[in-house]
Design a binder for this molecule. Structure first.
Ligand SMILES: Cc1ncc(C[n+]2csc(CCOP(=O)(O)OP(=O)(O)O)c2C)c(N)n1
Length: 323
């Protein structure tokens, strides 16, 4: 794929994710989405940059904030929306909600709300692929708070020891709910800590999709040479509240000024400017792209909202151990 095609593709994917999540935020107060939603608005470049270096056969796992990971890997949008609306057509049959995304057609193996819990699972997947000699790579996305969980350290140790084909993607957005990193971890870099496990570490600008893509490409090349796991720490910032549709810069744990500073590094604006400056796309083409995405996404929201709800019977049918 030529450079300009991949850049336009990545822009379109980031815009699609942003449009979907802004619509979730707009419609959430209607009270029809009966699950918590963790939006990744502002962080889209990480999911899109990494997933564009992977093949469909490669596996991806996410966390509680995984709409972007799921969509960037090619997960079905209608099934994601139906899941959030609690409908039978949802990717988890409407029984999980926003944090339980899965699409096995594209090897998005799952997202899980317990912090760091998908890291050992992804490590196990990578181990299985290595034992089977499939050549497949696994990538797992998580926030920097995952470094405060024991399983992450066990997994990194195991992956290094066994030279597993896995990319650990750490989205460092500085906050775990309302608490800044400096109140949760000692003053040393996460990257230096991980280097101590003999894992290759790359760092990058998580709001620059070209930087993310190039960094992830280097990781894939290393893994393909059999050099073992790569940990990528990417700096970014979540724009909305930890969980829910609102902005929360007024409640005191972070400042409006800090948010505005990060907003200037909006990954979409950055790539949009680059595409226009390089004359890879024109303003009218960008407007058309946004309009057609908006129409298609709106139709899928309406379809999901009017599809059958998950009933009690279905819940009963999927209980494996009954008294
Ligand atoms: C083991 C565990 N502890 C606490 C929580 C509650 N919790 C949910 S999300 C979250 C913050 C996680 O921050 P981070 O992993 O950095 O991701 P971010 O939300 O910033 O994307 C916490 C503490 C949880 N889900 N699991």
């Amino acid at each position: 794929m030529s450079n300009s095609i991949i850049l336009i593709k990545m822009y379109q994917e980031m815009l699609r994710i942003r449009t979907v999540e802004e619509k979730i935020a707009d419609k959430y107060p209607e009270g029809e989405m009966r699950c918590p939603v963790h939006l990744s608005i502002g962080q889209e470049a990480i999911a899109v940059g990494v997933c564009n270096t992977l093949k469909v056969s490669d596996c991806v796992l996410g966390n509680h904030r995984s709409h972007a990971h799921y969509l960037a890997k090619g997960g079905d949008l209608y099934q994601m929306l139906a899941e959030i609306y609690g409908r039978i057509d949802g990717c988890s049959r409407g029984r999980g909600g926003s944090m339980y995304l899965v699409d096995l057609q594209v090897n998005f193996l799952g997202s899980v709300p317990i912090v760091a819990s998908s890291i050992p699972v992804a490590t196990g997947v990578a181990w299985a692929e290595k034992l089977k000699h499939t050549g497949q790579i696994t990538a797992v996305f998580f926030g920097e708070a995952a470094l405060e969980e024991g399983v992450t350290h066990e997994a990194l140790n195991f992956a290094a020891l066994n030279k597993l084909p896995i990319i650990y993607v750490c989205e460092n957005n500085l906050y775990s709910v309302y608490t800044h990193l400096k109140f949760r971890q000692p003053p040393r870099s996460i990257s230096n800590l991980v280097k101590g496990y003999s894992v290759t570490v790359f760092t990058g600008d998580g709001n620059d999709v070209i930087n993310v893509y190039e960094t992830a490409k280097q990781a894939v090349e290393k893994i393909e040479k059999g050099e073992g796991p790569v940990f990528i720490e990417l700096a970014t910032y979540r724009w909305r509240e930890h969980c829910g549709p609102n902005f929360d810069n007024n409640i005191g744990y972070r400042t409006e000024a800090e948010f505005q500073k990060w907003k200037k590094t909006d990954p979409l604006k950055k790539l949009r400017k680059y595409l226009l400056d390089q004359k890879l796309i024109s303003e009218p083409e960008l407007i058309l792209m946004a309009k057609s995405l908006n129409i298609n996404i709106e139709l899928l929201f309406q379809k999901a909202k009017s599809s059958p709800k998950t009933g009690e019977l279905l819940t009963e049918n999927n209980v494996y151990a009954k008294t």
